[in-house]
Design a binder for this molecule. Structure first.
Ligand code: KIV
Ligand code: ZN
Length: 385
């Protein structure tokens, strides 16, 4: 299995979700949980963006020992110096420098020629390496950049000392085949590419961030960037738990492994949802409330006979306590009987039929039948005699 590094940016790109604002203790609490989850790298923030973020990144860098801590910086000396002040006591200080390389960003946002962009990138990567042992260079909007230009700037920043090259799909525009092809092209074209780690960073505007990330891995990326619960700018970033679980569940197909302790997933997801106020949609892959619930009678019956009939991820794998069968109007007698015995109640076949009939009547006006409802039905049945 080839190892894939997980770079978590929940505390930086994730925090860029509209309406999210984490304070220092909250960021520190999330950082500790990310360390327990086993992420290889965590982007704690953007130190030059505010005094609050500087303090938070510094506190995280001074606390976290098992994960390499990084901070974001633009390609100017002030940002790099500020990031160094925040990160210099980290176990392995790491800098994440970014500069846009697409025609639209260079022309309208940076107002720089491609030559000026290369010059600025090379100068600042070299400057950053005077302090930081690890410097990642991100070619912002790489997926809308001209490939030969990308190859040129990558070759130059590697010569200047970059240790990781990241190719973001900043606006979530690419598709799996195209993104994979871009990685393959650059690996075949840039002569010194073997000297660095290649990284992918995908946004989810077209709902393709996880698929694009996996395609990048298949084409040579050895680091995946993303966030827990997929939070982030606009439609969010690649959801790291989805990438890691896909690689684990499909290890029959993908020869890649991550260091994530997947049974910490639920705990991490819950903490981030609580502190950001961004609750996870019920049907979200891997971690949504419904991800392990089966409602249709035929499905419930199958799962009770053999979980693998309808379940490709075990709840235990991602730290979800029990697999709950949703009791509603589609539930069958088998699932109902199972829940009744889970509640520790033994019923004769006759009583069970009676209780099941009452349960079905209840589902006509109640979407989900809870344990409390079941107790009420069962008490009625017991007291009838
Ligand atoms: O999406 C993006 O391009 C980014 C960069 C700062 C790496 O988040
Ligand atoms: Zn991003």
């Amino acid at each position: 299995m080839s190892p894939i590094k997980i770079f978590d940016t929940t505390l930086r790109d994730g925090e860029q979700s509209p309406g999210v604002n984490l304070n220092k203790p909250e960021k520190l609490e999330i950082a500790k949980q990310l360390e327990r989850l086993g992420v290889d790298r965590m982007e704690a923030g953007f130190p030059a963006s505010s005094q609050g973020d500087f303090e938070a990144v510094k506190a995280i860098a001074e606390t976290i020992t098992e994960t390499s801590v990084t901070g974001l910086a633009r390609t100017n000396k002030k940002d790099i110096d500020t990031a160094w002040e925040a990160l210099k006591y980290a176990e392995e200080p790491r800098l994440h420098l970014f500069l846009a390389t697409s025609p639209i960003h260079m022309t309208y946002k940076l107002k720089k020629t491609p030559e000026q962009v290369v010059e600025n990138a090379v100068e600042m990567v070299g400057y950053a390496r005077e302090k930081f042992p690890q410097v990642e260079f991100s070619a912002e909007d790489a997926s809308r950049s001209d490939w030969p230009f990308l190859a040129h700037i990558i070759e130059q920043v590697i010569n200047a000392g970059a240790t990781v090259v990241n190719l973001p799909d900043t606006v979530g525009y690419t598709t799996p085949a195209e993104y994979g092809e871009m990685f393959r092209y650059l690996r075949e074209t840039v002569p010194n590419i073997e000297q660095v780690e290649l990284s992918c960073h995908c946004h989810n505007d077209l709902g393709l961030a996880v698929a694009n990330s996996i395609s990048a891995v298949e084409n040579g990326a050895t680091q995946v960037e993303g966030t827990i619960n997929g939070i982030g700018e606009r439609a969010g970033n690649a959801s790291l738990e989805e990438v890691a679980v896909a690689l684990r569940v499909r290890s029959d197909y993908y020869p890649y492994s991550t260091n994530l302790k997947l049974d910490e997933t639920k705990q991490t997801s819950d903490l981030i949802a609580k502190l950001t106020g961004m609750y996870v949609q019920a049907n979200k892959a891997v971690i949504g409330r419904n991800a392990f619930q089966h409602e249709a009678g035929i499905h419930q019956d199958g799962v009770l006979k053999n979980k693998q009939t309808y379940e490709i991820i075990t709840p235990e794998m991602v730290g979800v306590k029990a697999n709950a069968l949703f009791l509603g109007k589609h539930s069958g007698r088998h699932a109902f009987k199972d829940r009744v015995s889970e509640l520790g109640i033994e019923l004769s076949e006759e009583k069970l039929s009676e209780a099941f009939k009452m349960f079905k009547e209840l589902t006509d006006h109640k979407r989900e039948v809870t344990d409390d409802d079941l107790y009420t039905i069962l008490m009625e049945i017991q007291t009838e005699t």
